[in-house]
Design a protein around this ligand. Structure first.
Ligand SMILES: *[C@@H]1O[C@H](CO)[C@@H](O)[C@H](O)[C@H]1NC(C)=O
Ligand SMILES: *[C@@H]1O[C@H](CO)[C@@H](O)[C@H](O)[C@H]1NC(C)=O
Ligand SMILES: *[C@@H]1O[C@H](CO)[C@@H](O)[C@H](O)[C@H]1NC(C)=O
Ligand SMILES: *[C@@H]1O[C@H](CO)[C@@H](O)[C@H](O)[C@H]1NC(C)=O
Ligand SMILES: *[C@@H]1O[C@H](CO)[C@@H](O)[C@H](O)[C@H]1NC(C)=O
Ligand SMILES: *[C@@H]1O[C@H](CO)[C@@H](O)[C@H](O)[C@H]1NC(C)=O
Ligand SMILES: *[C@@H]1O[C@H](CO)[C@@H](O)[C@H](O)[C@H]1NC(C)=O
Ligand SMILES: *[C@@H]1O[C@H](CO)[C@@H](O)[C@H](O)[C@H]1NC(C)=O
Ligand SMILES: *[C@@H]1O[C@H](CO)[C@@H](O)[C@H](O)[C@H]1NC(C)=O
Length: 641
C-alpha cells in the first residue's frame, strides 16, 4: 500500500482527469509496471493516454540488440516495423546484425486504441513465457504485463505457447502544448542502468525541462528505473549518431605486475627510462582497455543481479532513496537518482563557440580543451563510452578541493564534460614535469597544497555515502587554481569502498598510475581507502622532494625502506630528500615531521597507515606551524613569496 500511496501522491491525478480542456502530459509509470496485479489506470501502466493533437502519428522506440533479436530483420519483426526504415534510420543495411547491446532506433506508427496510444505488434508465445517475461525481458519494457493482460485477457500466470497475442507497444503523439513548442515526435526511450533524465535528453538534443514535463517528472522528483520507458520530445527524427555503441569486447586482462627485485641495478639510466616509458605506455593502454571492460562487465552483471541491488556498483544513491518494497516485487529495480539540473546541458554549438571550434590554441592536452562560457573559463574533456559513474559521483559531491563538473554535452557518439577550470594546471608541472624556473612553489604553498589534496580525499573517504576510493591519486590528477589551491580531478576510476563485504574489496583489474599503487593493491588487488592514503604518501613525497616518485628509486614499493629507513641521521637524510630549490627555506623540524608523515602513509602494511582524517589533522597543524614560521621569517630572507 505504501508503494501505491507513493505513486498516487506523486502523480497528479486531478490534472489528468479533472478537465478535458487541460491537455495532460503523461505520467511516468515508475516501478508500477512490475506489479502485474496493479492495473490502476490512473498511471500509464496500460499505455500513454490518448491526449495528443492527432489520433495517430509517426513515433520512435529504442531497443537494445539482444540475441535472438539482434538484427534489423528480427527486431523489425518483433516490433512490427519496416526493415527498410529501421535500416535507414540506423545507417545500416537491411541484413545487418548488431553487436549485443547496441541501441537501435525503431520507427513505428502510433495510434489511439481506446483511451491509450499504442503501436501493435504480434508475438507468438513460447514455453515458459508469462506476460511479465514477454513485457520485461523480450520487449525490454516497451510493453507492460498490465497492457498485455488488458489486450489479451487476464491470464497472468500461464499463457499457452503457440498463441498469437497482440503486444501493445508504448508510444505517444505530441500534445497541443508540445506541438506549440515545436515538438514533432515522441521517442519511447528504454531506460537502462546509469541513465538519467538529463543525460538522455542531452543525447537526443531535447531540453531536460521539456522531458521532465512530458513524463510528469520534475527537478524534485527525478528517479527513473531500468526496463521502463521515458518519453523524449523531439523536434527532428532521431538519428543513429545519437545512439550509444556498446563497448568493444573485453581485452585480455593485463599481465600480473612483476616487481622485479633482481640485482641488475647497475644498468644505465637510459635503459631504465625506456623501460619506464614502455611500461607507462603499456599501463595506459591496459587501463583504458580495463576501464572499458569494467564498464561493460559491470553493466552485464548489474543486469543479472535480480535480488541483490547492493552488489550493483550503480546503487549508492539508490540505497538511500528507494523505498523498501516486498520481497517478491520489484526489489531488482534500482532507483536511479537523476542528475539535478545543477549540471547544465550544453549544445555542441555552444562548445564550438566556447573553444573557437576546438582550435589548437584552446587545446590543453590529450582530449582536453579550454573554453570560455560567458567570460568564465572551463575545461572541456571529450570522452568515449560510459561516463555516467563519473558524472553521478561528481554531481553528488560538492567540495572546493574536488574539481567541479559544470555541464555535459553529447554529440555524435561522444560525451563532452565541462569542468571547472584550474588556471595553474596540474601539480606535476609545478614540482617536476617540464618545470621552468618561473614555476616555483614555496614551502608553505606546498603544505597548503598537500592539505587541500588531503582534505579532498578525506571528503571522498568520509563524507560521501558510501565512501569512495579515488584509486588514481597522482601529481597529474591534482590541479592548481589561480590561488594555488589544489583540486583533485579525474574521478573516472573512483569506486565505492563498500560495494563488497568486509574492509577490503578484491579486484582482478589493477588500474592506476605506476609509482602510486599500494603494495597490497599491486600484489593482491585489495581495494580500500588505504590505497589512496598510500598514493597520497607518494604525492606528499613528490611535493617535498620536487622529484617524481618513480625516479627517486625506481620502484616506489620500496620507497619507505630505501629512503626513510629510520635511524638517527634524520637531518642528513633530509638534506637529500627535500627539494634543493627550496634552498633550506623551511623549518627543519617541520620537515622531519612531514617526512615521518610520508613514512606512515607509505607503510607497506595497510593497517598501520593513518586514515585520511588523521592526515588532514597532521597537515593542518603543519600549515599553522609553517605560517607562523613564515611570519617570523618575513623580515629576513624574502627569496620567495
Ligand atoms: C499548456 O500550456 C499552458 C500555457 O502555457 C499551461 O497553462 C498549461 O498548464 C499547459 N498544459 C499542460 C498539460 O502542461
Ligand atoms: C500490486 O498491486 C496490487 C493492486 O494494486 C496491490 O494490492 C499490491 O499490494 C501490489 N503489490 C506490491 C508488491 O506492490
Ligand atoms: C479506469 O478504470 C475505471 C474503472 O475500472 C473506468 O471507469 C475508467 O473509464 C478507466 N479510465 C480509463 C482512462 O481507462
Ligand atoms: C547485405 O545485402 C547487400 C545487398 O543488399 C549485399 O551486397 C551484402 O553482401 C549483404 N551482406 C551480407 C552479410 O549478407
Ligand atoms: C491494435 O490492436 C487493437 C486490438 O487488437 C485494435 O483495436 C487496433 O485497431 C489496432 N491498431 C492498429 C493501428 O492496427
Ligand atoms: C527484466 O528483463 C531484464 C532484461 O532481460 C532482466 O535482466 C531482468 O532480470 C528482468 N526482470 C525480472 C524481474 O525478471
Ligand atoms: C479473469 O479470469 C477469471 C477466471 O480466471 C474470470 O472469471 C474473469 O471473468 C476474468 N475477467 C475478465 C475481465 O476477463
Ligand atoms: C499473428 O497475428 C497477426 C495479426 O493478428 C498476423 O499478422 C501475424 O502473421 C500472426 N503471426 C503468426 C506467426 O501467425
Ligand atoms: C547526425 O545525423 C543527422 C541526421 O542524419 C545529421 O543531420 C547530423 O548532421 C549528424 N550529425 C553529425 C555530427 O554527424
Amino acid at each position: 500500500m505504501k508503494f501505491l500511496n507513493l505513486i498516487i501522491s506523486v502523480f497528479c491525478l486531478s490534472l489528468i482527469f479533472s478537465s478535458s480542456l487541460v491537455l495532460a502530459q503523461q505520467s511516468y509509470a515508475r516501478k508500477a509496471t512490475t506489479n502485474c496485479s496493479n492495473t490502476d489506470n490512473s498511471t500509464t501502466v496500460l499505455g500513454y493516454t490518448c491526449n495528443g493533437v492527432s489520433k495517430s502519428c509517426q513515433s520512435y522506440l529504442t531497443f537494445r540488440a539482444l540475441s535472438p533479436y539482434n538484427a534489423v530483420k528480427s527486431i523489425s519483426s518483433l516490433l512490427n516495423a519496416e526493415p527498410s526504415q529501421v535500416a535507414q534510420i540506423n545507417s545500416v543495411s537491411e541484413n545487418t546484425t548488431f553487436d549485443s547491446n547496441k541501441e537501435v532506433i525503431v520507427p513505428v506508427g502510433c495510434s489511439c486504441s481506446g483511451p491509450y496510444y499504442q503501436s501493435n505488434a504480434s508475438y507468438v508465445v513460447q514455453s515458459d513465457d508469462t506476460y511479465f517475461v514477454i513485457a520485461n525481458n523480450t520487449y525490454q519494457g516497451l510493453s507492460t504485463c498490465q497492457a498485455l493482460q488488458n489486450e489479451n485477457g487476464n491470464l497472468t500466470k500461464y499463457i499457452y505457447s503457440g498463441t498469437n497475442i497482440t503486444v501493445p507497444l508504448r508510444c505517444a503523439c505530441p500534445t497541443e502544448n508540445q506541438t506549440n513548442d515545436g515538438i514533432k515526435y515522441l521517442l519511447s526511450y528504454l531506460i537502462t542502468w546509469g541513465d538519467t533524465v538529463s543525460l538522455i535528453s542531452a543525447r537526443f538534443g531535447a531540453d531536460t525541462g521539456t522531458t521532465f514535463e512530458a513524463n510528469g517528472l520534475s527537478e524534485q522528483d527525478t528517479n527513473i528505473y531500468p526496463f521502463t520507458t521515458l518519453l523524449v520530445p523531439l523536434q527532428e527524427p532521431p538519428s543513429s549518431n545519437q545512439t550509444l555503441t556498446p563497448p568493444p569486447p573485453p581485452p585480455s586482462p593485463p599481465p600480473p605486475p612483476s616487481s622485479s627485485t633482481s640485482g641488475s641495478k647497475g644498468n644505465s639510466k637510459k635503459t631504465w627510462i625506456y623501460v619506464v616509458v614502455g611500461v607507462v605506455g603499456g599501463i595506459v593502454v591496459c587501463v583504458v582497455g580495463v576501464v572499458i571492460f569494467l564498464v561493460f562487465f559491470r553493466r552485464k552483471s548489474a543486469r543479472r543481479s535480480k535480488t541483490d541491488p547492493v552488489s550493483s556498483s550503480q546503487s549508492f544513491e539508490a540505497l538511500e532513496k528507494s523505498p523498501k518494497v516486498g520481497e517478491n516485487s520489484s526489489v531488482f529495480l534500482e532507483s536511479l537518482s537523476s542528475i539535478a539540473l545543477s549540471i547544465k546541458t550544453y549544445s555542441f554549438e555552444e562548445l564550438q563557440l566556447a573553444t573557437d571550434n576546438f582550435s589548437p590554441k584552446c587545446w590543453i592536452k590529450g582530449s582536453v580543451y579550454c573554453g570560455t562560457f560567458n567570460g568564465d573559463f572551463a575545461a572541456i574533456k571529450k570522452m568515449n563510452g560510459d561516463v555516467s559513474e563519473e558524472i553521478r559521483l561528481l554531481n553528488k559531491i560538492n567540495h572546493m578541493n574536488l574539481i567541479r563538473l559544470s555541464g555535459v554535452c553529447f554529440h555524435d557518439g561522444h560525451w563532452y564534460l565541462v569542468y571547472e577550470y584550474a588556471a595553474n594546471g596540474p601539480l606535476s608541472d609545478w614540482i617536476y614535469k617540464n618545470r621552468s624556473d618561473d614555476k616555483f612553489l614555496s614551502w608553505t604553498q606546498r603544505i597548503q597544497i598537500a592539505l587541500d589534496a588531503a582534505t579532498g580525499l578525506n571528503y571522498l573517504h568520509s563524507y560521501t555515502s558510501p565512501p569512495q576510493v579515488h584509486k588514481n591519486i597522482s601529481s597529474s590528477n591534482v590541479l592548481l587554481d589561480s590561488d594555488f589551491r589544489a583540486k583533485i580531478t579525474n574521478l573516472g576510476l573512483a569506486r565505492s569502498a563498500e560495494a563488497q563485504e568486509g574492509e577490503f574489496a578484491l579486484t582482478r583489474h589493477i588500474v592506476g598510475t605506476k609509482g602510486y599503487m599500494a603494495p597490497e593493491y599491486l600484489e593482491n588487488g585489495l581495494v580500500s581507502t588505504k590505497i589512496d592514503v598510500y598514493a597520497f604518501g607518494v604525492l606528499l613525497l613528490e611535493i617535498l622532494s620536487g622529484k617524481e616518485a618513480t625516479t627517486l628509486c625506481g620502484n616506489s614499493m620500496h620507497i619507505s625502506e630505501t629512503l626513510l629507513g629510520g635511524g638517527n641521521e634524520e637531518n642528513e637524510k633530509l638534506k637529500d630528500l627535500i627539494d634543493p630549490s627550496l634552498e633550506n627555506n623551511y623549518p627543519p623540524e617541520l620537515a622531519v615531521f612531514m617526512v615521518r608523515l610520508v613514512e606512515s602513509c607509505l607503510s607497506k602494511d595497510p593497517t598501520p597507515r593513518p586514515i585520511m582524517d588523521e592526515v588532514v589533522q597532521s597537515l593542518s597543524r603543519a600549515l599553522t606551524t609553517s605560517l607562523n614560521w613564515e611570519m617570523s621569517n618575513m623580515s629576513g630572507d624574502q627569496s620567495y613569496s
